[in-house]
Design a protein. Structure first.
Length: 265
């Protein structure tokens, strides 16, 4: 527990100043690092037999996808994504190994681009919003308060398994406690940073983002179980890999970005 707390404190000491004082560029740089580390971890999990080859393909394509979402004109993003998917297919086409595994290899490469690079690229887009910093903190509060609520509620009352074959320790009681924590965290951020947003809107949004975080956690657990690993990596002592830390943010961030775009908030 002490190792986890120290690692978390160090992580917060790096992340929070970048969020508050780094502006959009600070978050873009931070997420860029997370994209690189995340692709590194994903390549090792999805391609244990050829992780160096996978990283050689994923690093440039993933970073180009990330950069195109952030900086390319909107009309060019679609063609760029299509081109990167073709590059992955070409890399698989000329890869050595049994031909009957090539389709699986292509699918795993595409999943890595979408799961890591594409989803993470939405976080800086949220920061570019007029009240982007407040929305980023709302998302973090939903996820972090939700994680804490789920942990303590699950330990105290958890008995009904949520999805045992994917994540044996998660319970429905923990999910309820986590959602309660998400709502509490979101309302706190609203009070200080988003007072013009109605309470009812914040509560609904917190529930949606909190549920998205649960699904994101389950998806990463599914990937790890498929790969036969306990953690995505070892970069954070006591916490595992970087994907273990951002798995909930991947889905909650995508949902928040979609809500901001659709609602024009």
């Amino acid at each position: 527990m002490l190792t986890r707390l120290v690692a978390a404190a160090v992580g917060l000491a790096v992340v929070l100043p970048l969020l508050v004082f780094g502006g959009t560029w600070g978050l873009e740089a931070l997420v860029g690092v997370v994209v690189v580390v995340g692709l590194h971890e994903y390549g090792a999990m999805a391609f244990p037999e050829a992780k160096d080859w996978a990283r050689f393909v994923l690093f440039p394509t993933g970073l180009l996808l990330y950069a195109s979402v952030l900086y390319a004109p909107p009309a060019l993003i679609g063609p760029t994504v299509g081109l990167l998917l073709l590059v992955c297919l070409m890399a698989v086409l000329f890869r050595s190994g049994p031909v009957d595994e090539h389709l699986s290899s292509a699918a795993r490469l595409w999943l890595g681009l979408g799961y890591v690079a594409a989803l993470l690229s939405l976080l800086p887009l949220i920061r570019r919003h007029e009240f982007g910093l407040a929305w980023i903190f709302l998302m973090l509060a939903v996820v972090w308060a939700g994680d804490s609520g789920a942990y303590f509620t699950g330990r105290a009352f958890g008995s009904t398994k949520l999805y045992e074959k994917i994540s044996p320790k998660k319970t429905w009681e923990g999910v309820v406690g986590g959602l309660a924590g998400s709502v509490g965290g979101a309302l706190l951020v609203r009070h200080f940073g988003l007072p013009d947003t109605s309470v009812s809107e914040i509560v609904v949004l917190a529930l949606v983002l909190g549920a998205g975080g649960v699904v994101g956690d389950l998806v990463e657990s599914m990937i790890k179980r498929s790969a036969g690993v306990k953690d995505s990596g070892t970069i954070m002592p006591g916490h595992g890999g970087i994907l273990d830390r951002v798995d909930s943010l991947l889905f909650s961030g995508a949902l928040l970005w979609a809500w901001l775009v659709v609602s024009g908030a």
